[in-house]
Design a protein around this ligand. Structure first.
Ligand code: GDP
Ligand code: IMO
Ligand code: MG
Length: 420
């Protein structure tokens, strides 16, 4: 058995949480492999709307195993409150959740450092979610991080004291907020709680599950254009978000990857700073924000909106080896006479179909596409889709060479149309 992978092809918030929830009945194990509580994955069903940050989006289905893989970073304080919220809804999280012993922990001081570093950047702020993601991945690579397995070891106190001493020096230098006694008490409560959860070697668990022919779905966070290597650096997150990260982030061999579901919105959004070639600062941009309710699931910030960018989409498909495309938020375009799509970029060196080193210096070249201009509320099959939408999907398939196998036409679990 191989691991299927689902990931975002744009700047995050493509609707990954919703689609993982839709696909979960077909899988036994759902694994997050990178990122942390900077993610906000929204699920809607039975009129409940729920946002997950660190827990995989399979958690609402019983008899599934949800795994926090070693490539993630978790904040014990936020994880505890996320679990408590789910328990209040009747979800039995503790028996359904496994946590890698190698996952790096976000300390309150990582969050304070994130804020201090952003403040120092002045007008070039990354627009981080301020969850401590950059500082915790920095410590992981610098080999001074604290991991979940350390909570169960006799050397925990010494490692904790060392990292706090290191952070205190940095916070003083960057004029950050002090780590208070209240912060420390909250941390101690949270790690006592975390110690009682299932902290195990998840790479053995996942590989043994595959050997037993169990199905596994890897759930990406953020999106390819926020990848630390391939995204619009430095306006990116601090992890690799591409398919290759699945192997490192959960401990499976590259040859064990199966289907790669690439999720993209029928238009584009971005939250935070950095280049965004197809951004619209006009009525159409506002209409996309209003129709798509484009406000951040983690921070509530208004998302920047723009037209679909085929140059970026094709780059993401190439980097990830996408085998199936899933287009979301199609309904948001229901009331446009005309839809634009960027098919190339123009720079002082001429036109290109490739992502340049510096995304700031280009202008998009648009193709105009006829809108379907009608609601999709009563459409449940691909045959019943308006012809203009069928043509739009066919054009995307022709351009990318990848089939669009599902489209999402609303936030609810049921609002999905199978195309194959
Ligand atoms: P994720 O981070 O990729 O899981 O996406 P988010 O949850 O941050 O953002 C997607 C938003 O769009 C959420 O509010 C979803 O409820 C909503 N959503 C998902 N799919 C659709 C869709 O097809 N149509 C509409 N209108 N909303 C959707
Ligand atoms: P999901 O999984 C959208 C963005 C932030 C910021 C940059 C760096 O919900 O799609 P960080 O907190 O990682 O230091 O922020 O990345 N960002 C996201 N944007 N969706 C996300 O996750 C994001 N996670 C981080 O806005 O621009
Ligand atoms: Mg999100």
């Amino acid at each position: 058995m191989k691991v299927d992978v689902l990931l975002g092809l744009q700047w995050g918030d493509e609707g990954k949480g919703k689609v993982v929830d839709v696909l979960t009945p077909g899988y036994k194990n759902i694994v997050r492999f990178q990122g942390g509580p900077n993610a906000g994955h929204t699920l809607e069903f039975n009129k409940i709307k729920h946002v997950l940050h660190s827990i995989p989006s399979g958690i609402f289905h019983t008899d599934k195993v949800n795994i926090i893989g070693n490539g993630m970073v978790i904040d014990p304080i936020l994880l505890k409150s996320e679990i408590k919220e789910l328990e209040a809804l009747g979800v039995n999280v503790k028996t359904q959740l496994l946590i890698s012993d190698k996952v790096n922990l976000i300390l309150p001081t990582h969050r304070l450092l994130d804020a201090a570093y952003e403040a120092k950047k002045g007008k070039n702020k990354i627009g981080s979610t301020l969850k401590g993601i950059g500082p915790v991945y920095t410590d992981k690579v610098a080999r001074c991080g604290l991991r979940a397995g350390d909570l169960l070891s006799d050397s925990y106190e010494e490692k904790y004291e060392n990292i706090i001493a290191h952070h205190t020096i940095l916070l003083e230098a960057y004029k950050g907020e002090k780590y208070s006694d209240e912060d420390e008490a909250e941390w101690n409560d949270a790690i006592d709680y975390l110690r009682k959860l299932n902290i195990i070697n998840t790479e053995y668990y996942i590989n043994q599950a595959l050997d037993k022919n169990q199905t596994v779905l890897a759930e990406g966070a953020q999106g390819t254009m926020l990848d630390i290597d391939y995204g619009s650096y430095p306006f990116v997150t601090s992890s690799n978000t591409v398919c290759a990260a699945v192997s490192n982030g959960m401990g499976i061999a590259p040859a064990k990857m199966g289907e790669v579901y690439g999720i993209f919105k029928a238009y584009c959004t971005r939250v935070g700073g950095g280049p965004f070639p197809t951004e619209l600062n006009d009525e159409d941009g506002q209409k996309l924000r209003d129709e798509g309710n484009e406000y951040g699931a983690t921070t509530g910030r208004p998302r920047r909106c723009g037209w679909l960018d085929m140059v970026a989409l094709k780059y993401s498909i190439m980097l990830n080896g996408v085998t199936q495309l899933i287009m979301t938020k199609v309904d948001v375009l229901n009331h446009f006479n005309e839809i634009n799509v960027a098919t190339a970029y123009r720079s002082k060196n001429g036109e290109t179909n490739e992502i340049p080193y510096d995304l700031e210096t280009i202008d998009p070249v648009y193709k105009s596409i006829k809108g379907w201009n009608q609601p999709l509320d009563n459409v449940n099959t691909k045959e019943a889709l308006p012809q203009a939408l069928k043509d739009y999907i066919q054009w995307i398939e022709d351009e990318t060479g990848v089939p669009v196998t599902m489209i999402s036409v609303g936030p609810d679990r049921k609002q999905i149309i199978m195309m194959r």
